[in-house]
Write a protein that binds this ligand. Structure first.
Ligand SMILES: Cc1cc2nc3c(=O)[nH]c(=O)nc-3n(C[C@H](O)[C@H](O)[C@H](O)COP(=O)(O)O)c2cc1C
Length: 175
């Protein structure tokens, strides 16, 4: 049995929901899983873990600074353990941008990171216009207009391929 820590960075909760699905899959393989938002993880929590997973969503073109700092600060330790990273963004709803080597955010992240996670994934996220503030809703709708996505302000849609999430959970359980 391995002790697996899943550290996540979320703004609207969708990355957390993906983490919960990963946990369900991994626990079926009799591993112990802890989920923790990046703000609640002390660097000292990492050493006792056998494997570490980091998941983060994109907001306005970037993973949040706190999760970037976490990965850079702990890169040496992370590189000593089996590790996985996944990104959540809506660009990944497009088939030609939903793999680590084709998704612009993941490519950029891996290019600038000292951590070399053994496994990397990218998942399409969720749009929830009614939940967003006025300005965010207008900006995201405009981006969707430019990129062929939904613009109806009532739209709530999960683009996430849950089968792909579950398959990644199996990979983490085995790595
Ligand atoms: C204000 C805002 C900005 C966003 N910016 C981007 C972006 O630049 N690129 C992208 O692909 N997705 C973008 N998204 C989509 C999010 O990545 C997507 O909604 C994801 O599911 C959010 O996950 P979270 O709830 O864990 O934060 C944005 C969403 C919001 C609300």
């Amino acid at each position: 049995m391995a002790r697996i820590l899943i550290v996540y960075s979320t703004t609207d909760g969708h990355t957390r929901k993906i983490c919960e699905r990963l946990r369900a899959v991994i626990e079926r393989q009799a591993h112990e899983v802890r989920l923790a938002p990046v703000a609640e993880v002390a660097d000292a929590d990492l050493e006792p873990c056998d494997k570490i997973v980091v998941g983060a969503s994109i907001r306005y073109g970037r993973h949040r600074p706190a999760v970037m700092e976490f990965m850079q600060r702990n890169a040496a330790l992370l590189n000593r353990k089996p590790g996985a990273f996944f990104s959540v963004n809506v660009v990944a709803r497009k088939p030609e941008k939903n793999e680590p080597h084709t998704n612009p955010y993941v490519r950029k992240l891996l290019g600038g990171l000292s951590w070399r996670p053994r496994e990397v994934a990218v998942f399409a996220g969720k749009l929830d216009y009614p939940r967003y503030g006025f300005l965010d809703r207008m900006i995201i709708r405009f981006i969707m207009l430019l990129t062929g996505g939904p613009t109806d302000p009532e739209t709530v849609v999960e683009f996430t391929d849950w089968g792909k999430v579950e398959a990644f959970g199996e990979v983490i359980a085995r790595m």
